[in-house]
Design a protein around this ligand. Sequence first.
Ligand SMILES: N[C@@H](CCC(=O)N[C@@H](CS)C(=O)NCC(=O)O)C(=O)O
Length: 225
Amino acid sequence: MGVETLTMISATPSPFARMNRIALHEKGIPFELQNEVPWDSTTATRNYNPLEKLPILLFPDSENQEPVYDSAHIQNFIVTKYADKSPKLVTGDINLDLKARQLLTLSEGVLDAFVLIFWESKRPENKQSAEWLARQQRKIDGGLAAFESLCQSRQPKSSEYIINDTYTIADIAIACATAQIDFGSMRPGWREKYPELAKWYTKMEERDTFKKTYPVMFEVKDSVV
Ligand SMILES: N[C@@H](CCC(=O)N[C@@H](CS)C(=O)NCC(=O)O)C(=O)O
């Protein structure tokens, strides 16, 4: 069965959209990018997602398929709806796939903390909450420590992937979360602190689908805070 061209509402630096773009590229599902700045007043995100956030996946047959939003949900949608397309990005084992989804949620949470820190840091210094920032920073440290531990305990040891020897949505999610910390220079020296994660991540970023989706910064025109 052929697949019609989908539309992915994305932002050039968005790690959330990046996960979905990588999954679509890996599976060879054709899509057009509609790049947006979701915080600008002109954004189309609110036409499709009451939360006014991207990524959002749109379908040519909009009468029968509503927009799909939230990166983790889109990822699950892609692996379920296009299960016949390789790579499957899931293992087929219920428990392992539940673990992959848990790691997707963990990565999404790390990235949510990243975005909150980004915006809190943009407020005038006397309006920023040091406690709030510290709370979000803890989530990033917790996530990175968990990623390092997963990389250290990989089975088999020679595997390129987090869950056994299968390439899954967990690999994409953890690599995209790690990339954003690196891209945003959030944790200088992280490679030394988390050496197994650094080794694993470097290899993941060599994939074509990762190379062509690496984040690119954008400018936010409107004041949103
Ligand atoms: N947890 C959401 C987060 C998505 C998110 O924060 N997207 C940002 C762009 S990278 C956004 O659209 N923010 C607009 C807003 O928060 O109003 C997901 O995984 O889809």
